[in-house]
Design a protein around this ligand. Sequence first.
Ligand code: AMP
Length: 285
Amino acid sequence: MPVAVARTIERLKKLRASLPVAGGGAKVALVPTMGALHEGHLSLVRRARQLADIVIVSIYVNPLQFGPREDFADYPRGLSRDCRLLAGLADIVFAPGDKLMYPQKQEITIALPPIAGELCGRSRPGFFEGVTTAVCKLLNIIRPDYALFGKKDYQQWILIKQMARQLNTGVTIAASPTIREVDGLALSSRNAYLTPAERQTAPLLYRTLQEAAAAIRRGGNAKQCCADAKVKLRAAGFVVDYFELRDAATLSRQTDAGEKAVILTAATKGKTRLIDNIQLTIPPV
Ligand code: AMP
């Protein structure tokens, strides 16, 4: 059965009310996306289906989160293909336009903690404010019980979790593991930008994360392991933005023995910015 598409809030309400499960106590899960769907997105939709009775996928390329020199214009778009992929998986696709999301200049945005200015936030100023503002609007429009995010965008997930909690949204933020190609490359809509030669080299990003995690688990000095990783990636033609070990819960630089940590990286290959991460437990002293 084709998935129903709502472009307005009124239509969204109507579609929702017409679902057989609608009404008393039906739980709703939202999967916010920018479209150009792949298995990573679909894994979130499947998880949403396990959590809730009604699954809504939003598709919106949010201009607020793109910098002036970023790929907003080029970002892949294809609503009909996305809807075909969602048939039988989601109940409703919510595809608002800019007029619905930003009927006037968005002057009220979400102020985030300092961590939003680090890692991806350092080279993409305003990015997380743009993401959390759009997600907050979607949560207010849809009022789901759950919203699902991928750990592939680890820093985004942490900040959205904090936003949802600190602004009392009442929404449970759930996260799913990163889905990868067989060679380890994390699925991303932006992988479509890679040339065949770049695509061949791209899996090195995750391999390097795995190697750094293994070295740290063996007791290696984290700073040195990350520095070695950067050298390796640069030698393979990546422009490395960051490659850092952080606390898995807070993303603070302070990581403690025996505690969960995450190595996060962003690197550009050609014109494609790739991000990835790997979780690990710091060995006890
Ligand atoms: P995007 O369309 O890139 O904004 O992503 C929408 C959601 O899908 C975000 O929560 C992402 O973290 C998640 N996502 C993107 N790629 C993957 C992946 N490879 N595995 C799991 N989740 C993903």
